[in-house]
Design a protein around this ligand. Structure first.
Ligand SMILES: Nc1nc2c(c(=O)[nH]1)N[C@H]1C(S)=C(S)[C@@H](COP(=O)(O)OP(=O)(O)OC[C@H]3O[C@@H](n4cnc5c(=O)[nH]c(N)nc54)[C@H](O)[C@@H]3O)O[C@H]1N2
Ligand SMILES: Nc1nc2c(c(=O)[nH]1)N[C@H]1C(S)=C(S)[C@@H](COP(=O)(O)OP(=O)(O)OC[C@H]3O[C@@H](n4cnc5c(=O)[nH]c(N)nc54)[C@H](O)[C@@H]3O)O[C@H]1N2
Ligand code: SF4
Ligand SMILES: [Mo]
Length: 884
């Protein structure tokens, strides 16, 4: 057997041979099926796999993809020659296989792709401390440098900027301390300006916890076994079939087989609606508040306690405040309530189905039908995503959906729930039955308190001012400090990209590029040349999670019934280094105490997580140690991954067995002790088990919400949910609303989280590009009007950007509505200003509203058939291979 890995790393192999062996960059390399295994990297390795050589290793799948599954890699001489998913046990409802999607099974191409960045590099026309020719950022050539040079350069830039302008001139967008291994180095160095991106959760970020539902609106639906009890399951603007690949679709099918009827509410009949044969309630993007207010109107006006009891008065009395004049909270400053608002008492404008229908596009009879389905005697579970909350002026959406559920009493009882159907907890809410332990790594707080709201980020860099209203993910407390909010000066000089691809995933890529060309210095850590790296001065190559024995955030503790424990699959490729190694080496150069910032090795941190993992006990009352560790286990770990400090302990499964299997599952049965009915204790006895709101109840009138969000200076919200016309929403697509004359940007665009990517991750893998094309979805009505046929290249334009894509014409979208999938890698022609990848954020308006939401789903654009050269399929485009 030729040791390809050795040849690659010792550079005895020509680049050409390596590309041929590993790139799969051409259409000729096919997805050769072999059970669940993927195509190999070459004939010799294929033979090795067929001959039964190599070792199967549980292998991480670590991107922010909406789920977490089991993956394994067959490793021969440090090269991954096959992949498979969960076959550790037979599949059953009580203990399902945690099967991965195509992306997970294509990780081999991520690790071994020809586009892997191999060495540290700098931009050819970059000059230390001045930036050199900054206009060349994004289009310059690259020059290989050594790690010492790279780290010395970065440290010199950071020191210079700190001395001259202070730490607030260093911008490092993060998802919080645990999502960026650089955090401690830069924090110990004095801190950095951060970004507040409501991203995943939209207006649930601040609008959830304040009104009584979980912060961010996560994990608050009932568990998967309780779905079997439902009469009706509403999928509210959520799409687990695409956005939570893995078990959620399976859970929905089981609920359907158990008799649940499905309803889908949203602007397109998506794959989850299709899977569950749901009744489609059409609602235009950003108009959910209008729709739900009219649902409330019907519930209120049709309710008759004797003949037609739609409303659950017992629930409203005991568990809520603010529904009507008789239930006002003690802290109310305004003598108004929700019910009277809906009936039109304050504005002579009852929120009737006819009123809503004009805005939301929902047929009046569907609004009435939906309202009746919310009947208190039906077992209804509403599973929502945050897509409807990722809209401008959707600040009242979380509170209003909660209100509708509360009106029907759909909380805290078997078969009744309202909570998140998005992300890792999709279709399986409730506390985790297996809890990963803590890594033991310290977190050094960031003492710099500049936090810029994401849609305003590039304006802040360009104009030197911003409105501080946001917080980091860990600590919302400054929201309560009235002196915190307001306009501030900011002078960003350095941008650090690590663990985020901010230039591509933040609204207003055009302005983002300008901002990148303005600052003094930009550096990135990356696997391959993503857009943020492309516009940097120095790029540092990092190892994938396959190349280290470490924990990683997106892995830990999400699926409540099971926990995956992957291991290192291979040695690092080329000169790629781990984030922590970079952070430590940089820290030394910056003069921080690296032993204090990083006292534990990455292997030790992962070991601590595993050793500290606990599992629910039989009675479902407490947690017990999961892993048994013996002296032999410690010796085994040391020999495989290096020495760690650990003590023998007694648990349910041996360390070595656990790591070889890579997964631990808790078996579930109907009536077991592990069911989760969220808010159950509160609903049984709200006085004894109050919520964290001022009143201790669900707040249909929430003074805190109005006071805090209005203080940000972008809104005049009522304390109860009311209708606010969205910025860049449906009404604004008209030049003249009364006469219904459309404006220059008449189409509403949203960004579905798309199958072939996890945000910008995976998008560059040719296997996935070939398997899953990336069109723009348009309605058959609009296509006919514009003379567009399926497959035609179309141009979407607005004042912020112009993008091309092939049209996929469908009956499943409302007319006037376009879906431009999220996360492509910008392919910008600077001469024409056209991006041919279909970059969502090139088109999304860099503007915000209310609490500072990233309102991607309120985007307006024009659509036309493209008269230029048609696009070629993107799996035929060259990979972004950097030749040094
Ligand atoms: N228009 C529009 N924009 C959106 C959205 C939308 O719907 N529409 N959705 C938003 C949402 S919900 C989210 S969550 C954000 C996501 O925004 P981002 O987090 O910026 O997006 P990702 O593409 O996941 O970027 C993660 C980056 O981290 C890198 N990475 C992965 N593992 C490691 C590692 O171990 N170390 C380091 N250093 N880097 C690593 C990946 O290669 C990738 O480049 O996007 C948001 N942007
Ligand atoms: N394949 C894939 N899966 C992912 C990700 C990914 O990038 N790719 N990212 C993950 C992350 S970080 C996140 S945050 C989640 C997001 O998960 P989701 O929010 O569930 O995903 P989306 O595709 O943005 O939206 C779901 C549905 O909402 C509908 N919708 C859009 N706007 C509105 C609206 O205003 N009102 C209503 N009623 N419906 C609307 C869309 O048509 C879409 O079908 O996905 C996760 N899963
Ligand atoms: S759903 Fe996510 S974790 Fe599961 S295989 Fe796909 S990409 Fe990997
Ligand atoms: Mo997200």
């Amino acid at each position: 057997m030729v040791n390809l890995f050795k040849k690659i790393t010792e550079k005895q192999i020509s680049r050409r041979t390596f590309l041929a062996a590993t790139a799969a960059g051409t259409a000729s390399l096919a997805l050769a099926g072999c059970g669940t295994a993927l195509a190999p990297v070459g004939a010799e390795y294929d033979a090795a796999a067929i001959n039964g050589e190599g070792e199967w290793i549980p292998a991480a799948c670590w991107f922010n993809c909406g789920y977490k599954c089991y993956n394994a890699a067959l490793v021969v001489d440090n090269v991954v020659v096959r992949q498979k998913t969960d076959d550790t046990e037979p599949d059953s409802f009580s203990k399902p296989q945690l099967r991965g999607c195509l992306r997970g099974r294509a990780q081999q191409q991520q690790a071994f792709g020809a586009d892997r960045l191999k060495y540290p590099m700098k931009r050819k026309h970059w000059e230390p401390l001045t930036g050199g020719d900054k206009s060349l950022r994004g289009k310059d050539e690259w020059v290989r440098i050594s790690w010492d040079e790279a780290l010395d350069y970065v440290a010199a830039e950071l020191k210079h900027v700190k001395e001259k302008y202070g730490n607030s001139s260093i911008l490092m967008p993060t998802w919080g301390s645990n999502m960026c291994d650089f955090y401690n180095t830069i924090s110990a160095f004095g801190g950095y300006a951060d970004v507040d991106d409501t991203s995943s959760v939209g207006t649930y970020k601040y609008g959830g916890g304040m009104v009584g539902i979980h912060n961010g609106g996560y994990g608050d639906a009932n568990d998967r076994l309780d779905l079997l009890n439902c009469d009706t399951i509403v999928l509210y603007g959520c799409n687990p079939a695409w956005a939570s690949a893995g078990l959620p679709s399976h859970n929905l099918i089981h609920a359907k087989e158990a008799g649940a009827k499905f309803i889908y509410v949203g602007p397109s009949y998506n794959e989850s609606a299709n899977l569950t044969d749901a009744k489609w309630i059409r609602v235009r993007p950003g108009t959910d508040t209008a729709f739900l207010l009219s649902v409330a109107y019907v519930m209120i006006t049709e309710d008759d306690p004797l003949t037609n009891p739609l409303l659950d008065w017992d629930f409203l009395n005991r568990c809520t405040v603010g529904f009507d004049a008789n239930h006002m909270p003690a802290d109310a400053k305004l003598d108004e309530n929700f019910k009277d608002y809906v009936l039109g008492k304050y504005d002579n404008h009852p929120k009737t189905p006819e009123w809503a229908s004009e805005i939301s596009g929902t047929p009046v009879e569907d609004i009435i039908w939906f309202a009746k389905e919310m009947h208190k005697d039906k077992k209804v579970s509403i599973l929502h995503a945050s897509a409807p909350a990722r809209c401008n002026n959707a600040d009242d959406f979380p509170q209003l959906l909660m209100t509708i559920a509360a009106m029907g009493g759909h909380y805290g009882k078997p078969g009744h729930s309202c909570g998140s159907g998005q992300y890792y907890c999709s279709t399986n809410g409730g506390p985790n039955l297996i809890r990963m332990g803590a890594s033991g790594a310290p977190v050094i707080p960031n003492s710099c308190k500049e936090v810029i709201t994401a849609p305003e980020l590039w304006d802040a860099v360009l104009n030197g001012k911003y409105n501080r209203t946001g917080t980091t993910w860990e600590d919302f407390s400054s929201l309560w400090d009235p002196t915190y909010m307001g306009e501030r000066d900011i002078d960003i000089r350095v941008i650090i990209h690590s663990w985020r691809n901010t230039l591509q995933t933040t609204q207003g890529v055009g302005k983002g590029i300008e901002a990148h060309r303005k600052v003094d210095f930009v550096f990135s850590c990356a696997y391959s040349l993503n857009i943020s790296a492309q516009y940097s001065d120095i790029v540092l190559p990092i190892v994938t999670q396959w190349e280290k024995q470490s924990t990683y955030t997106y892995l830990t503790s999400y699926n409540r019934d099971m926990q995956f424990f992957p291991s290192r699959v291979m040695e690092p490729l080329f000169e790629a280094k781990s984030d922590q190694w970079i952070a430590v080496e940089l820290g030394k150069r910056l003069g921080i105490d690296v032993n204090q910032a990083y006292p534990l090795s990455e292997e030790q941190q992962y070991f601590n997580c595993i050793a500290g993992t606990t599992v629910i006990n039989k009675e479902g009352t407490d947690y017990e140690t999961l892993v048994t560790i013996t002296a032999e286990d410690l010796a085994w770990w040391e020999q495989k991954y290096g020495k760690v400090d650990g003590k023998p302990q007694q648990g349910h499964i041996g360390l070595r067995e656990l790591m070889e299997k890579g997964i631990y599952k808790v078996e579930r049965h109907e009536g077991d002790n592990y069911g989760a009915i969220t808010y159950e204790a509160f609903v049984k006895d709200p006085e004894k088990n109050p919520l964290t709101t001022n009143s201790g109840k669900f707040e249909i009138y929430c003074q805190t919400k109005a006071d805090i969000i209005n203080r940000m200076g972008r809104s005049t919200l009522k304390p109860y949910p009311s209708y606010v016309q969205p910025l860049n929403g449906y009404e604004q697509s008209f030049k003249d609303w009364d006469k219904k004359i459309k404006g220059d940007y008449p189409y509403q665009v949203t960004n579905p989280h798309y199958l072939r990517r996890a945000h910008t991750g995976f998008d560059y893998l040719p296997w996935l590009r070939e398997a899953m094309p990336n069109p723009v979805f348009i309605s058959a009505v609009d296509a006919e009007e514009k003379g567009i046929k399926d497959g035609d290249t179309v141009l979407l334009t607005n004042p912020h950007g112009k993008v091309l894509r092939q049209a996929s014409v469908s009956q499943r979208l409302m007319p006037g509505y376009i879906e431009l999938p999220h996360g492509t890698w910008l392919e910008l022609d600077e001469k024409t200003g056209i991006d041919k990848s279909g970059s969502d954020n090139y088109l999304c308006h860099p503007q915000t509203s209310g609490q500072g939401v990233s309102g991607y789903n309120t985007t307006l654009a024009n659509l036309e058939k493209y008269e230029g050269e048609p696009l070629t399929p993107d799996h035929l485009w060259p990979m972004r291979v950097v030749i040094l």
